[in-house]
Design a protein around this ligand. Structure first.
Ligand code: C2O
Ligand code: CU
Length: 519
């Protein structure tokens, strides 16, 4: 560890001999789209739903005929979908039976700080000896399995960590999710210090849907016409196991190992709900598709082929005030967009493909819809979805700047925020509970910036109003190279320590994170 350069060359040594192996990939649209199973509460008492979920290793079939070992919640990839209700508390007890520590973050959740999934608030498996001083091991993306030896924590990109930074839970931890928030497509994923990227890559991610009365009273498509779609890319070894990092330059589009770390790690297979380039049979009616970009680093600009408009009804943190008709929707890592697509405009037998126009070849394909039959459609698209007061400049009690860029350090480079690699003891801001602040993000590269706890509205990109699909409440915003993005963030819910970070998971593991404290 220590620097970006050192980590990257470590990766080259470790993985150099394995570049040749490449699993046989399926032809696109030959695998049916799976829909993640819905988690069932183990107990429902006094307005509280209790769940138990076990993180474990399991073999799944992703590429036809091959077995892929995944690290999954309940052994599933994606993990089970939790469905909660606004104002009704959910308690999730996570049991860790993996060979490594974990931390589970509810992305978009308004959660108390000790249930937030802070990177050093970890659940260790049985038999794991935690060394709080462990620093600078091979670890991270450079390790042979995408995770280092026992306790090889820390040290990436000059990250600083005091031994007291750790909060250790043995084998299980209960996460409390009060869900005092509006209907939205949230997701949960691993957030372990230094290892979020390889651990999410191995499968630790799933959906968490919040419903509420406003949404239920809308005539939007529902039931099995309301489908979450987790889009992510992966690379595979010849035996079907995940390959991390994907060092082949043809996967990153640019030569050299270091690019896997500057760009983040990408794969050469697009998975939707864990299946490669799947196909979904649909009735010729409206569907509500909850798109999530769960990739470590890849961005998507999605459109239908043949071209047809889609209607966005929700963003990261819930319904937009009004539906937005769009030809394309762009999703940086961790962003969500809920799209209504009306398949009535096609006839039975037609196929329609969701493609990523940022790519060519196989990586252009995402998901194909096959229109199977005509059917009754009780849904329609209302002109208004929900009341939403747009925040304005006068709501902001402060303006703070956060600059995301690569900074030279002694012996290499680090991904930093305001010049600092992540330091568990440093706070870059202390907003007051209940206030709104303008946070101004600048960058040298594509950095999808995510705030824990606080939801925000995008105020401006380079001084101009944001695109329609960036309306509504969000928790992640793509800051593009040399852009200035202003968001108006509402600090609500809880006091305590939270963080903001880049959601390119390799950047995140390489120290592009910072604390803020709500006071
Ligand atoms: Cu989805 Cu701190 O992240
Ligand atoms: Cu980044």
């Amino acid at each position: 560890g220590g620097t970006l350069a050192a980590t990257a060359s470590g990766g080259r040594e470790v993985s150099g001999g394995r570049l040749a192996g490449r699993a046989e990939l399926p032809r696109p649209f030959t695998v049916p789209l799976p829909v993640p199973t819905v988690a069932r509460p183990v107990r429902t008492t006094g307005g509280v739903d209790r769940y138990e979920v076990t993180q474990r290793v399991a073999d799944v079939e992703i590429l036809p005929g091959l077995r892929t070992p995944v690290w999954g919640y309940d052994g599933l990839f994606p993990g089970p979908t939790f469905v909660g209700r606004s104002g009704r508390k959910v308690l999730v007890t996570v049991r860790n039976e993996l060979p490594v520590p974990t931390s589970t973050h509810l992305h978009g959740g308004v959660t108390p700080p000790d249930s937030d999934g802070y990177p050093t608030d970890i659940v260790i498996p049985e038999g794991w000896r935690h060394d709080p001083h462990g620093q600078g091991g091979p670890g991270g993306p450079g390790g042979p399995d995408g995770h280092g030896g026992q306790d090889s924590q820390g040290g990436h990109g000059g990250m600083k960590m005091s031994p007291d930074a750790w909060t250790i839970s043995r084998q299980t931890k209960r996460y409390d999710y009060p869900l005092d928030q509006e209907a939205a497509t949230l997701w949960y994923h691993d957030h372990r210090m230094d290892f979020s990227a390889p651990q999410v890559w191995r499968g630790l991610a799933g959906f968490f849907l919040v419903r509420d009365a406003v949404e239920e009273n809308l005539p939007l498509p529902s039931g099995d016409r309301d489908i979450p779609l987790m889009i992510c890319d992966r690379a595979f070894e010849e035996d079907g196991s995940f390959r991390y990092p994907a060092l082949d330059p043809s996967l990153t589009g640019r030569p050299g190992v270091e690019d896997a770390y500057t760009q983040g790690v990408m794969g050469d297979v697009t998975l939707v709900n864990g299946a490669p380039w799947p196909e979904l049979e649909v009735d010729a009616v409206r569907y509500r598709l909850r798109l999530l970009n769960a990739s470590n680093a890849r961005r998507y600009r999605l459109r239908l082929e043949p071209g047809a408009p889609m209607t966005q009804v929700a963003g990261d943190c819930g319904l937009l005030p009004r539906p937005q008709r769009l030809d394309t929707v762009t999703l940086a890592p961790a962003e969500r967009a809920e799209m209504v697509i009306d398949f009535k405009q096609w006839k039975p037998g037609d196929t329609v493909t969701l493609v990523n126009t940022l790519e060519d070849g196989a990586m252009r394909n995402v998901l194909r819809f096959r229109v199977a039959r005509r059917a009754k459609d009780p849904s329609h698209l209302p002109t208004r979805l929900r009341d939403l007061r747009p925040l304005s400049a006068s709501d902001a009690v402060a303006t703070r700047r956060f600059d995301f860029r690569m900074t030279a350090t002694d012996g290499g480079h680090a991904w930093t925020i305001n010049g600092h690699p992540f330091d568990t003891e440093r706070y870059l801001a202390s907003p007051r509970l209940g206030t709104v602040e303008r946070w101004r993000f600048t960058s040298d590269f594509h950095h999808p910036v995510h705030l824990h706890l606080a939801h925000f509205q995008v105020e401006a990109r380079n001084g101009r109003p944001p695109a329609a699909h960036e309306g509504g409440w969000k928790d992640t915003v793509d800051v593009r190279p040399y852009e200035t993005v202003d968001v108006l963030a509402r600090f609500h819910g809880y006091r305590g320590r939270y963080m903001l970070h880049c959601h390119n998971l390799e950047h995140e593991d390489m120290a592009m994170m910072a604390n803020f404290r709500v006071v």
